[in-house]
Design a protein around this ligand. Structure first.
Ligand code: ATP
Ligand code: MG
Length: 139
């Protein structure tokens, strides 16, 4: 996939905390369009599959607990350089290390409860878009 689409998830802390509108405003101001969006309450199996790369790490069970603690908003976002630009816009995993003005610096609570997910490569973006939007015509 060319780097024009990426997958973002507004995580349970931010979705349940009423920060969805502010975060989408931030993303639109950064030049992203919302191509598709879906509210999902992930199952344990679903969260484990989505974060399979982290299976076995010390924070894995806690991460799955968190990601299944409430609904999330999964979105396909579109702009040139989508993957790279969204990673810049959301900031570092730990909000204490995120650049000022990034989504995580503004809205994350902690390294785990960090408001938003973004795909980390175009290949993973394709896999992650398919995870949430299988069978959806995004053309
Ligand atoms: P994401 O994949 O959600 O966009 P990321 O790519 O910045 O985040 P990853 O290393 O892929 O970071 O970690 C996935 C998620 O797991 C993090 O966003 C965070 O919620 C949680 N996490 C990562 N490292 C830790 C840690 N050391 N302690 C607690 N939670 C962590
Ligand atoms: Mg990641």
């Amino acid at each position: 996939m060319n780097d024009i689409r990426t997958l973002a998830i507004i995580k349970p802390d931010a979705f349940g905390g009423g920060k969805t509108g502010k975060i989408i405003d931030h993303l639109e101001s950064a030049g992203f369009g919302v191509l598709a969006a879906r509210v999902v309450h992930l199952s344990r199996a679903g969260a484990e599959t989505f974060y399979d790369v982290h299976r076995g790490k010390p924070f894995f069970t806690s991460l799955v607990d968190f990601m299944t603690s409430g609904p999330v908003l999964a979105m396909v976002l579109e702009r040139e350089g989508a993957v790279t630009r969204l990673r810049e816009v959301i900031g570092a995993t730990d909000p204490a290390e995120a650049d000022p003005g990034t989504v995580r610096a503004l809205y994350a609570e902690s390294k785990e409860r960090n408001a938003i997910h973004a795909s980390d490569s175009p290949d993973n973006a394709r896999v992650e878009v398919a995870f949430f939007f299988a069978g959806v015509d995004l053309a």
